[in-house]
Design a protein around this ligand. Sequence first.
Ligand code: AMP
Ligand code: TRP
Length: 324
Amino acid sequence: MKGRVFSGARPTGRQHLGNYLGAIQNYVALQKDYDCIYCIVDIHALTTMEGSEGLQDNIREMMLDWLAAGLDPQRSILFVQSHVPQVMELHTLLSMVTPLGWLLRVPTFKEKVRMQPHNVNYGLVGYPVLMTADIVLYKAGLVPVGEDQLPHLELAREITRRFNSIYGPTFPEPQAKLTPFPLVLGLDGVEKMSKSLNNDIEIAISPEETLDRVMTAFTDPTRRFRSDPGHPEGRNIYRLHRFFAPDRVEEIATECRSATIGCVDCKKLLAQGINSDLGPFRERRAALAAKPGYVAEVLSDGAHRAHAIAEETIREVKGRMGLL
Ligand code: AMP
Ligand code: TRP
């Protein structure tokens, strides 16, 4: 039997290069050797929203990106978290084996408290428990995510171990799976690329918009004049060349160091690389977007298939916890 993979992402709408390089590359690749389940986690999204504006549009835009990037609904289960409500039941059951102290120590919780002090809701504390429920409801062993999710995965492993030790071996301990680009920085070159920081480049935008966006990227601060030698190592743009121009990356570094090319040239090259890599994706996306009802059909079929697995796990968990 093939191993099972699960991953989730919040419905932030169109995906950016951070999602693409940090997560989606692995989502697609793992389909070859695993049974994969990929979920748009709309309930998690509610922990940071006040109101529901844009949620359904975001789900559709995101799924179009996933499908065009190569997620195959024939092979993988693609669904929306709230369409399989058993996850909320499992979340409540897992919360009984999760010490509050573990949750209050999670770095993302502390960050959210700083970012939304007026809305430190109960759901925010339980965020990693719901995430654990997502994974173990499907008994997934491997979880492709970006580096920012590692603390959540560590907690998921601890909750799983605790459950298994109290109620007997039930769930595999999930392992994180990173890509070679587990942390893509934003256009500011400092923070993680993220929609909420408006430092992102969406993959579905046009070649012209891509160029405009890349041109706003922050580059080498030590390079004040075009003739100053550059320091490509560790810089975000240079790292992106590693993916989008793998054959030319050494040459670009040499030309930067010798000031043969300037930062503007370097960014133009990057935009070209991104546009040529994403050209076929953008064509597929436009074709899928033109098929009425297609995304809804994929999600309905996915929910149906996920539901069958979820039902079986919930029955087993309730039995182990003495509820049946
Ligand atoms: P999110 O959109 O924050 O729900 O993230 C969806 C997936 O993309 C998760 O696996 C994240 O770890 C990954 N991801 C998000 N932003 C980045 C980034 N800037 N670099 C690498 N991976 C990322
Ligand atoms: N917390 C993840 C993020 O913000 C999304 C997520 C929810 C997830 N449930 C998951 C990721 C289960 C992996 C597995 O990106």
